[in-house]
Design a protein around this ligand. Sequence first.
Ligand code: UDP
Ligand code: MG
Length: 321
Amino acid sequence: MKLISIIVPCYNEEEVLPLFYGEIYKVINQMKSVHGELEFELLFINDGSKDRTLEILRDFAEKDKNVRYISFSRNFGKEAGMYAGLENAKGDYAVIMDADLQHPPKFIPKMYEYVLSGEYDCATTRRVSRKGESKVRSWFARKFYKIMNKISQTEIVDGAQDFRFMTRQMVDAILSMKEYNRFSKGIFSWVGFRTKYIEYENVERAAGTTAWSFWSLFKYSLEGIFAFSTAPLALASLLGILSCAIAFIMIICIIVKTLVFGESVQGFPTIMCGIFFVGGLQLFCTGILGQYLSKTYMESKQRPIYIIGETEKNIRNEKNK
Ligand code: UDP
Ligand code: MG
């Protein structure tokens, strides 16, 4: 028998969870009829939802012994959710997918076949269009991937998603990366392994609203840059050299000017410009240093990535009493 763990991070997904449950079971039943050797577990991560998500998960777990859930003590973010899922999954294979059906479950059988063939260790989807997304958002996303791939050795594929089917070997490799500042798109690519990209058109979420604002996406992309590239540190030195060169040229110009035209009290604006320019550069570079320092600070605390509030074991034990 082979066990497939389906890991689903959920944050305020009360509207979509029943839909998701129905859809995923269609696929599970279909796969079981084709591959008799398969068993499934559904592992939901409730990431501190403020709606009825936890009640719904308790309900699933009571009715269905293949459902497990982990409920965090507060919102820790999707990255923590995925980590908790991988850490607690018991399967020979693990699938990570969103609850909102933006990651169509119909791809799972295909992914399984790619991995089963032995040619790949991981199968994932890649959206070729960003239909249903605002133009500004797509533009920034594309720029992010471009910059990221220029300045980091770790390749991050544009349009790649967190919807992944992985072997146990790859799951263990991901779990061996215990960093606190997690950027999964980078981590998936950093651990390597042979990955099959299945291309598809973007679909909109089945119900509910996205938890990602433009600002949170922007912060997440900076997270990616600082976690997988040290190029900004080099940029700081580069800007320093550049401004020194400019200053040097200015000094020569001023000396020549003084020798030719004599001393005068003019040039006050030039001095102010210089002061502001260099001051700004210095602050900018200190800011970059600060970013890396703050990441190092958080890592050095070695805090847990997530804290469990309750799991399905709580309700199952209560029943046995
Ligand atoms: N999610 C989570 N914690 C968060 C935010 C989101 O576990 O703090 C989950 C969410 O429930 C969903 C998945 O991550 O299953 C993707 O979130 P969303 O659909 O809001 O993002 P988008 O698809 O817009 O990128
Ligand atoms: Mg979504």
